[in-house]
Design a protein around this ligand. Structure first.
Ligand code: UDP
Ligand code: MG
Length: 139
């Protein structure tokens, strides 16, 4: 299988909790190469655009408030089968359902404050990576 890229985000709960280093360590230990990385504070309009597919969902307003409450780390991650492998390493959206050894099982507080984001398909990754990274920022 060919190398693939996905977008990961370390969300405000995990950054505030002091888990950036551990999450990046777990990520590298699981075979991902970091091709882009930066810390930023998302604006409300950026967050609304990023999560546009969820705009009609009941959790949308809370999700935008959460994602803008503090800095995040955005990551362009590369490995074979990166999209599916990163989803597996993150664990289920609801940490109560997340498997042992996953990032969300270890760090997530609840279904909203769940520590990490990952693209849900290669086509989504192809939109989400350029949302945050210019070509020159992907190394
Ligand atoms: N979310 C929430 N309540 C829900 C479902 C999702 O607050 O009932 C939040 C949560 O932070 C989640 C994000 O919205 O990570 C995007 O939801 P999605 O279903 O895409 O989950 P993911 O792809 O992040 O596992
Ligand atoms: Mg999703």
């Amino acid at each position: 299988m060919a190398l693939e890229r996905t977008l990961g985000i370390i969300k405000p709960d995990a950054v505030a909790g002091g888990h950036i280093g551990e999450i990046i360590a777990i990520t590298e230990q699981n075979g991902f190469r970091i091709r882009g990385a930066k810390m930023l504070r998302l604006s409300q309009s950026e967050t609304e655009a990023f999560y546009e597919v969820h705009r009609q969902r009941p959790f949308f307003a809370g999700l935008v408030k959460f994602m803008t409450e503090g800095p995040v780390i955005v990551l362009a991650l590369e490995r074979e089968d990166a999209v599916a492998q990163w989803r597996e390493l993150m664990g289920a959206t609801n940490p109560g359902n997340a498997a042992e050894g996953t990032i969300r099982k270890r760090f997530a507080e609840n279904i909203e404050r769940n520590s990490v984001h990952g693209s849900d398909a290669p086509e989504t990754a192809a939109q989400e990576i350029p949302f945050f990274f210019s070509g020159a920022e992907l190394l």
